[in-house]
Design a protein around this ligand. Structure first.
Ligand SMILES: [Zn+2]
Length: 111
């Protein structure tokens, strides 16, 4: 397992996520600067719905970003790929499917 490659992938993924989060932020009707103050009630309802939907999607991305940052942190500390619970080396197969995995398969199951 090449740690440099993993690091690259994690960083690329991170930049990707950050871009998406920024996009969602710019799409959020609550945050746009040209928000129409004289909007009708119908407009407000649409804005609320848009806001909720965007917030949910954004929160999902932010949670993912947190996991990525955590994985990167462990790459830098040299503890990447080691189960944070039992200290076992997590299988490469598992890491290739889920690069941000913090637990080995056994711990994940009993978690
Ligand atoms: Zn474990």
């Amino acid at each position: 397992m090449e740690i440099e490659k993993i690091k690259e992938n994690l960083i690329r993924e991170k930049e990707n996520l950050e871009k998406q989060i920024k996009y969602y932020q710019s799409e959020d009707p609550f945050l746009t600067e040209d928000r129409d103050m004289t909007s009708t009630l119908d407009d407000d309802i649409t804005e609320n719905e848009g806001h909720d939907r965007i917030t949910a999607a954004k929160n999902e991305l932010v949670a993912q970003l947190g996991k990525l940052n955590n994985a990167l942190e462990r790459v830098y500390q040299g503890t990447y790929g080691i189960c944070t619970k039992c200290g076992t080396q997590i299988s490469e197969e598992r890491l290739s499917v889920m690069p941000t995995a913090q637990l080995c398969m056994d711990c994940e199951k009993s978690n």
